[in-house]
Design a protein around this ligand. Structure first.
Ligand code: HEM
Length: 517
């Protein structure tokens, strides 16, 4: 955001009478009600708007929590916002009371200007949301429909081959994996091994644009600013919105149209799209409910394309931070596979420590530090506080994941925490998978797909490779990269490390598996 726009935003709200009117009306109403939950004191009219940091609000909320408690109430230009720093509150409001906490706020930048209105994450609770869910659940929650496991396994083997051929570039193979699987599931589209796929790239770009739209939060509180004409000097958001609109349209329709033609020629592989078209193409060639179907599957691409990458990159980081855990997991795998085959999904139940590593990667990664905002649709009372209808509610997953009252040494990568009865008692049985995927009716529909992929990716890497810190010119280990990019979906770049096959046997197993793809 340019300084000018920011200044304009702040000044104009002081003179804008409608805002003043809303503020006065809000104050009058609240005087008769129960108190709002505690939170940092704001200033007249703007409320807490100027206290919101440009990024890492989740960390600021932890700081506020020390003074105000786990439930933090803010008001930004009269718009109520609630941050929930504890798991119990998030579960109570967003899951147990999900009948009234399952909508989404209307976002000026993302929805009005960038036209991500078809993103499931931005769709308010109602018929359209239910329709998206029905399409998504049919294929992604019942993984057998498209034989997802086979695709996940063979693309994991392609990743191992990449590690073998080009270990220094391991991050690019980790990045490729979920995109390759989901493209095959959704569209029957094969992502080439050694080339950037334009559609996966489109998906990643879309996540970036949609995530970055948060940076224009002033538009959410001063939505009339969107009417500033495009030619107005120094107004950057219109340019960004224009780019995003093109990406939004391309993502929703372009690949779908290509696949539709392939299907008509009989040259496409079975996928969510081919099954849908087979069932829903009318005699005149038109397709039932096409626009919403396109939207709900393109959203699955968005959901899948980078979230599991952060978990797998965090796993590599974890192995560099905790080499003992790596050795222990490898011995566990060798006991189950005999060291002469690659792991399969059926091995999962016999690999508790590997599962604990997956869980720790999910916790440590803090992939979505805030659950995307839920919106309350009715007035509510909680713990003696009044929560007005229309409150934007953010569950602070980052605060829960690194809560020292729940987890011993939360900033250490310690998979054994999930296997210790004593530590699980302290954690009150709350596992990373209980909060990493959100809550209630909006819970992530891709959870089973993601957990399965993360397991097979991590188990396979552990079975086949040793991951060690690289050393500098003085022979000292180079510290791993822990610098997560702080966005709506956190991401982590590669560390300088050595990735070497554990045995000649593993080399030939990987070569053989890769040839079979
Ligand atoms: C480790 C991987 C993943 C994590 C941590 C994750 C996390 C989340 C979270 C926190 C939400 C918001 C839930 C809420 O508002 O309460 C969400 C929503 C969503 N996720 Fe995921 N996700 C992951 C993988 C996936 C995958 C693989 C897919 C698709 C195959 C997917 C598709 C979606 C969709 C469509 C939504 C929107 C749901 C809605 O607004 O109702 N996600 N995810």
């Amino acid at each position: 955001m340019s300084d000018f726009t920011s200044l304009l935003a702040r000044l104009s709200c002081i003179v804008f009478p409608l805002v003043l009117f809303r503020f006065l009306r809000g104050r009058h109403r609240s005087s008769n009600a129960l108190p709002r939950p505690p939170g940092p004191k704001g200033i007249p009219i703007l409320g807490n708007l100027l206290q919101l940091p440009p990024s890492r609000l989740w960390e600021k909320a932890v700081e506020w929590g020390k003074e105000h408690g786990d439930i933090i109430y803010l008001e930004n230009v009269g718009k109520p916002m609630l941050i929930l720093n504890s798991y119990d509150d998030a579960k109570e409001l967003l899951a147990n009371r999900s009948a009234i906490y399952s909508s989404r706020p209307h976002l000026t930048m993302a929805v009005d200007l960038e036209k991500w209105d078809w993103f499931t994450t931005f769709v308010p609770y109602g018929d359209l949301f239910r329709k998206h869910r029905a399409y998504q659940n049919r294929f992604i929650n019942s993984l057998e429909t498209l034989n997802v496991a086979n695709v996940q396994l063979s693309e994991t083997h392609a990743m191992l081959k990449g590690f073998l051929d080009n270990p220094g570039d391991y991050a690019s193979y980790v990045n490729r994996l979920p995109g390759a699987v989901i493209m095959m599931n959704l569209y029957g589209h094969r992502v080439e091994r050694d080339r950037d796929d334009p559609f996966v790239k489109l998906g990643i770009t879309a996540v970036r644009y949609a995530g970055d739209s948060e940076g224009y939060f002033f538009l959410e509180f001063l939505p009339w600013l969107k009417y500033i004409p495009e030619w107005f000097p120094f107004v950057e958001f219109h340019r960004v919105a224009k780019e995003a609109r093109q990406i939004s349209h391309a993502l929703r329709y372009e690949l779908y149209e290509i696949i539709k033609k392939k299907i008509a020629k009989g040259s496409a592989k079975e996928s969510m799209t081919s099954l849908y078209l087979a069932e829903n193409t009318r005699e005149d060639g038109s397709v039932e409910d096409e626009a919403d179907f396109c939207a709900s599957i393109a959203m699955l691409l968005i959901g899948a394309v980078d979230t599991s990458v952060t978990a797998t990159m965090t796993f590599v980081l974890g192995m560099l931070k905790n080499p003992e855990a790596q050795k222990r997991a490898q011995s566990e795998i060798d006991r189950v596979t005999g060291g002469d085959r690659l792991p399969t999904f059926e091995d999962a139940e016999n690999l508790p420590f590997v599962n604990a590593i997956c869980e720790e990667a999910l916790r440590y990664a803090g992939i979505t530090p805030f659950t995307p905002a839920h919106l309350s649709t009715e007035d509510d009372v909680y713990k003696g506080y009044h929560i007005p209808a229309g409150t934007m509610v953010l569950a602070n997953t980052w605060a829960v994941a690194f809560d020292a009252d729940r987890y011993v040494d939360p900033f250490a990568f310690r998979p054994d925490r999930w296997l210790s009865e004593k530590e699980m008692q302290k954690a009150q049985g709350v596992r990373a998978r209980d909060y990493a995927f959100g809550y209630g009716r909006r819970i992530c529909p891709g959870q089973p797909w993601a957990e399965q992929l993360i397991f097979i990716a991590i188990a396979s890497i552990l079975a086949a490779f040793n991951i060690e810190a690289a050393v500098d010119e003085n022979g000292k280990p180079i510290p791993p990269n822990e610098d997560y990019h702080p966005s709506f979906v956190r991401s982590l770049g590669p560390s300088k490390c050595k990735i070497t096959p554990r045995s000649q046997k593993m080399v030939s197993l990987i070569e053989g598996a890769a040839e079979a793809i």
